[in-house]
Write a protein that binds this ligand. Structure first.
Ligand SMILES: [Zn+2]
Length: 435
């Protein structure tokens, strides 16, 4: 009964809050988060200890008739330092937070002057993001790769599934944090309005490039999530466990990492007036992807078009993945992680969910004011494959966590004090800590 109650609470809260992030909904809910943190440990099945480096058996066709396609599933393994001390961090202590690409150039935005500014809700400023990083570092979190939290097992129905581990080896006393960034595309319509334009490798380091109004290109190591995380980990090497940085959830319609990799851009004008050649854009994007993957960043599928997966017909969703596989898989490679566009998930057993499985996805990420990490789906726990909801780091949720959240060290407060993170200097909407 307790499990049922927790799940009902989870579903209710998730319904309230899942639309906040990554979406087109500008009206942030004003409800306070629920009082019950969804239990992760209750739904963690018993799993065998982490095995070595051998890959599991190929995926097989399940009895339900879903045509599973082997996609390269392999257990993620790390090499432990024989001279270091580790502990078994319970999986329930692994946190997960997502944000969007940052508000990079405050002076280009109307964030401080317009109460309806686009930037007020779904993004954080550079200062807010850096304060968050410092806070989670100070609280003993280390960045981990999301693929570290599960291992593949062949289920009783003969299908390969991802199962949460009970615990993960981490440096003694440290807790794992899965940090992800959604929509890392840098849409052309955001050009000149406060975002950077693309991720580049500049002087051997991750940087952003932005075409300024005066015709110059500004290269910066300090204005977007990936370069800032790289710099922070250079300064604090113990913040990155086994080299892990953060997950980049990408969709394809507007390109990848700011490169115009979609066929629809062929022949169009770039920011500097030159003509876009998609083949060249793809080559440039590949170089940056290679650098990112070699340096601990990893990718998740965030849909081809960034449309809520539960609104697709089966035929539409198959077309979505035909395009994804054609345009994106050749750039970023295989990923087992699917980040629901607009935070809307497809229930277990639905045709949409079955198609996601058949495309090789085993880990599903939504958004939530709290967080969830469990095997199965909310209505169908324990069915194998991982379902997660991530805490949301963005303008409207910082206000909500501060004003309505739980200041008791759970929920978002275990990562940081929202009042200390929130950038009152940059924002029109001020937040005042209660007396
Ligand atoms: Zn999104």
């Amino acid at each position: 009964m307790r499990m049922k109650r927790i799940l009902m609470t989870l579903l209710c809260i998730a319904t309230c809050f899942s639309v906040i992030a990554c979406g087109e909904n500008e009206n942030a809910p004003i409800n306070a988060p629920g009082t019950q943190t969804p239990g992760a440990t209750e739904s963690v099945p018993t799993v065998a200890p982490t095995s070595g480096t051998s890959a599991p058996k190929p995926t097989q066709t399940p009895s339900s008739g879903i045509a599973y396609v082997p996609q390269g599933e392999e257990n993620y393994t790390v090499e432990l330092d024989p001279n270091a001390e580790y502990w078994d961090c319970p999986i329930s202590q692994v946190g997960q937070v997502f944000t969007h690409s940052l508000i990079a150039y405050l002076e280009m935005t109307d964030l401080a002057t317009n109460p309806e500014s686009y930037w007020r809700n779904e993004c954080v400023t550079v200062s807010e993001f850096k304060r968050f990083l410092q806070s989670v570092y100070d609280k003993g979190y280390v960045l981990i790769n999301m693929n570290y939290i599960y291992e593949y097992k062949e289920d009783t129905d003969g299908v390969l599934k991802a199962y949460l581990k009970k615990s993960i080896k981490l440096p003694k006393g440290k807790k794992g944090l899965i940090l992800s960034v959604d929509d890392v595309t840098f849409n052309p319509w955001q050009h000149g309005k406060g975002r950077v334009d693309r991720i580049v490798v500049h002087n051997g380091r991750l940087a952003s490039a932005t075409w300024m109004n005066d015709g110059t290109v500004d290269y910066s190591y300090d204005r977007e999530v990936a370069p800032i995380v790289e710099q922070f980990c250079l300064e604090h090497p113990d913040f990155s466990f086994a080299g892990a940085k953060c997950m980049l959830a990408v969709n394809a319609t507007f390109g990848l990492l700011g490169y115009r990799t979609a066929d629809s851009f062929e022949g169009k004008k770039d920011y500097d007036g030159t003509t876009i050649r998609v083949a060249e854009e793809r080559e440039e994007a590949k170089k940056v992807v290679t650098y990112l993957k070699n340096n601990g960043f990893y990718f998740a599928c965030h849909g081809y078009q960034h449309i809520a997966v539960n609104t697709f017909t089966a035929a539409q969703l198959r077309e979505e993945f035909r395009l994804w596989n054609k345009e994106m898989k050749s750039l970023i490679g295989y990923t087992s992680i699917y980040v629901y566009p607009q935070g809307a998930w497809a229930d277990y057993g639905t045709e949409q969910h079955n198609i996601l499985l058949s495309e090789g996805f085993h880990v599903f990420c939504g958004t939530f004011m709290g967080e969830t990490l469990m095997n199965g789906m909310p209505k169908s726990p324990g069915v194998g494959n991982i379902f997660t909801q991530r805490c949301i780091l963005q303008g409207n949720t910082l206000r909500l966590y501060g004003e309505n959240g739980k200041a008791d060290g759970t929920w978002f407060w275990k990562y940081c004090d929202p009042y200390a993170i929130y950038d009152n200097d940059a924002r029109y909407h001020k937040v005042q800590r209660p007396a």
